[in-house]
Design a protein around this ligand. Structure first.
Ligand SMILES: Nc1nc2c(ncn2[C@@H]2O[C@H](COP(=O)(O)OP(=O)(O)OP(=O)(O)O)[C@@H](O)[C@H]2O)c(=O)[nH]1
Ligand SMILES: [Mg+2]
Length: 327
């Protein structure tokens, strides 16, 4: 009996073949099983996939025990949030990093100049945001393990070069993102075996505005069927570059809180950064998980409170609030 496998299945199979890490192989196999038509003709295949899945799960457990695996695509987080660039070759990803950070990157007028992730820090007011340059992807190639970097970041910057074919870039990039469940989709947020949401926030970063073809920015917006923010920049003329730090900060959805020791001024140079919507108790946990349990009361200066107001531990904080914690 023929298996009659669907395009969704073949996409998941391609994901499986390109997955370099155990975790990613597990996700891809689970996806293959989920989308596979279930009938007599696919029974053998199902059994085969389930066997592979259990082998990878065993290997993952073993790996966690021995802790040996070194993954160049694992970029340790630093700063208030991690933003990772995604784009096809020669679209100006490294140039963005060179312009915004002190990282040493290779900007070159030929494709595939970048081979491994390169992190740099973007300063916005008193916070540092981590920006990660990446090797390019194409319709049929990406470096093994590359998906993992996107899987672990806070925000994906989808780079679209306005001087190249924007429709083709969008097709390649969104096919990659959707087939790996990498985009945050509020209505059908896909999760892994442990219930963690797979998708990430994303925005479109349109580059080379100085040499854009006529109407390319509007065409890029029109060709994208997702409701994502679009920004337009040029490294050459610096247009839009100054606003990028604030944009990343806002899009990451983070707030800065200044902790004030009782009887002393707040340290206004080194804020804690927390997800928007965090409470006084979340701040205490970020400072010290065990101390947080001993938190008795707090005073707050900032938005929606009068200076030094006593606030409940469930009080929702705002960007730039000053908080005094009493344990
Ligand atoms: N005119 C113009 N050229 C740019 C701009 N940004 C980058 N370039 C040029 O585009 C070419 C490619 O830039 P890269 O930053 O190396 O591109 P990339 O996306 O990192 O390329 P890969 O690492 O191969 O994926 C270089 O020649 C850059 O000088 C821009 O804003 N305007
Ligand atoms: Mg590069």
């Amino acid at each position: 009996m023929p298996a009659n496998l669907t395009p969704d299945y073949y996409k998941a199979e391609e994901w499986y073949r390109s997955a370099a890490t155990n975790d990613e192989k597990i996700l891809a196999l689970e996806q293959m099983l989920a989308v596979m038509p279930k009938h007599k003709g696919t029974e053998h295949l199902q059994a085969d996939l389930k066997r592979k899945l259990s082998q990878f799960k065993d290997a993952a457990t073993q790996q966690k025990k021995t802790g040996k695996h070194v993954d160049v695509f694992h970029v340790p987080r630093s700063g208030a949030g991690q933003v990772v660039l995604l784009g096809t070759p020669n679209t100006g990803k490294s140039a963005i990093l060179a312009a915004l950070t002190n990282a040493k990157v290779n900007v070159a007028d030929f494709p595939f100049a970048t081979h491994a992730p390169v992190p740099g820090m973007v300063k916005y007011e008193d916070v540092q945001i981590q920006l990660v340059d990446m090797p390019p992807i194409t319709a049929d190639y990406m470096a093994p393990g590359q998906v993992g970097t996107y899987r672990n970041c806070d925000l994906i910057a989808i780079v679209i070069d306005l001087s190249q074919d924007v429709e083709e870039q969008i097709l390649i990039l969104f096919d990659f993102l959707e087939s790996r469940s990498l985009l945050l989709d509020e209505s059908t947020s896909a999760t892994d075996g442990q219930g963690n949401v797979l998708g990430r926030k994303a925005f479109c970063l349109c580059t080379k505005a100085d040499i854009a073809t006529d109407g390319a920015f509007e065409l890029a917006q029109k060709s994208c069927d997702k409701d994502l923010p679009f920004v337009k920049v040029s490294v050459e003329t610096s247009a839009g570059m100054d606003a990028l730090g604030k944009f990343l900060f806002d899009t990451l959805g983070i707030i800065r809180i200044y902790a004030k020791p009782p009887g002393k001024p707040a340290d206004m140079n080194d804020p804690f950064t927390l997800p928007a919507g965090s409470t006084v108790h979340d701040l205490a946990k970020a400072i010290h998980r065990e101390l947080a349990e001993k938190l008795k009361s707090a005073k707050c200066w900032g938005t929606g409170v009068y200076d030094g107001q006593n606030v409940h531990l469930t009080h929702v904080l705002h960007d730039r609030d000053i908080v005094e914690l009493h344990f």
